[in-house]
Every structure is written in structure tokens, then in C-alpha cells.
Design a protein around this ligand. Structure first.
Ligand code: AR6
Length: 176
């Protein structure tokens, strides 16, 4: 599925975050210590190699909503933007914290003149955020940021399952 509001191309695809060779940066659903972990973080660290872990350590710990940027090392991407999503319903402002992940990731991308970026569904695995609600936050927040983007031209949402992909596709159609 592909949508193009203004000059920014948005798409949702089914796949693994480490297999997105057509984007300059991928986003990590990190843990606070920026260590390997499981899910998205595990896949990214495994594919990038131990150099990624070493670079990450100078930034750790990060807080929910925060994002930091590193090189991609053995990944096919130049950069990894590490975001710490909120644990669902742990704090009152979990929705705002999830929004901040997308805003901060895009801001870092803009600062580095990044043209293309792929996001996983942050917080929807171990952190328990329901996919439907998380998709709404992700899509709404990205669409709201689009008028301010000067460098980012392509945004990909990468979903692990067909069911999750369909949720994102419906949100993209509904919120355009
Ligand atoms: N590519 C794309 N999506 C994936 C992949 C992958 N390789 N693997 C899982 N998903 P999660 P969180 C989906 O748990 O909820 C980690 O252990 C998955 O189906 O990776 O933000 C960290 O170390 C789900 O929809 O991230 C943290 O401690 C989504 O990606 C904690 O989990 C996010 O799942 C972060 O939890």
C-alpha cells in the first residue's frame, strides 16, 4: 500500500525491519539500556553486529519517548534510530510518549539529512500496546509532521504479520 501526501511517500509493508535495504535509516524499538533484547531490537543488534552495541553504550540509558541515532554497521542501512517506546498503560501519558518516539525519530532524521526511514510498530510487542491504538498514534503523528519535513521523502511502516499490515493499511486510508 502506498500513499503520497504532498511530496512524502508513505507505505506500509509486511516484513522484517532488518530487510529494508531501500531506506537510509531504520528505527529500533529499543530498551532503555540500548542492549540487544528481543523482538525488533534483537533482530537489529544481531544483524548489525557488536559494533552497534558499543556505539549505543555512550547514550544509555534513554527515557521513554527519547530517540538516539547511530550507524547501521553490518545492516544495509546507513543509520539506526533507537526509540524507547512506552510500556502500555504503565504511565498516564503513554500515548504522548509513543507520539514523541515518532516525532523525535523524524527530527533526528531531518538533522542528518536522511531521505528515507522505516519504522516498526514501536511498543506493540513486549511493551503490550494494542496494535490498533498504536497504529492510530503512529499514522496520525507522522501525517502531522509531514508539512515540517524538508529532507525525509519516504516513510515505511514495517509490520511483521498480515493482520498487523491490514490494521496499518486501514489507518492510512482512514486518516488521509
Ligand atoms: N521486524 C519487524 N517487526 C518486528 C520484528 C522484526 N524483526 N520483530 C518483532 N516485530 P518489540 P516493543 C514486531 O517487542 O513492544 C525488546 O526486547 C512485533 O511483532 O520488538 O517496543 C526490547 O529490548 C511487534 O508488533 O518492541 C525492549 O525491552 C513490534 O515489532 C522491548 O522488547 C514491536 O515489538 C521493546 O518492546
Amino acid at each position: 500500500m502506498q500513499v503520497t501526501p504532498s511530496n512524502v511517500h508513505i507505505e506500509a509493508v509486511k516484513g522484517g525491519i532488518t530487510q529494508q535495504a531501500d531506506v537510509q535509516a531504520i528505527v529500533n524499538a529499543a530498551n532503555a539500556e540500548l542492549t540487544t533484547g528481543g523482538g525488533v531490537a534483537g533482530a537489529i543488534h544481531h544483524a548489525a553486529g557488536t559494533e552497534l552495541y558499543k556505539e549505543c553504550q555512550q547514550f544509555a540509558p534513554i527515557r521513554p519517548g527519547e530517540a538516539v541515532i547511530t550507524s547501521g554497521y553490518k545492516l544495509p542501512n546507513e543509520y539506526v534510530i533507537h526509540c524507547l517506546g512506552p510500556v502500555y498503560e504503565r504511565r498516564k501519558n503513554y500515548e504522548e510518549l509513543l507520539e514523541k518516539c515518532y516525532i523525535n525519530a523524524l527530527q533526528l532524521a531531518e538533522e542528518k539529512n536522511i531521505k528515507s526511514i522505516a519504522f516498526p510498530a514501536i511498543s506493540t510487542g513486549v511493551f503490550g500496546y494494542p496494535m490498533e491504538a498504536a497504529a492510530e498514534v503512529a499514522v496520525k503523528t507522522i501525517l502531522k509532521q509531514i508539512p515540517q519535513l524538508k529532507h525525509v521523502e519516504k516513510i515505511k511502516f514495517v509490520l511483521f504479520t498480515q493482520a498487523d499490515l491490514e490494521i496499518y493499511q486501514n489507518k492510512l486510508e482512514e486518516l488521509q
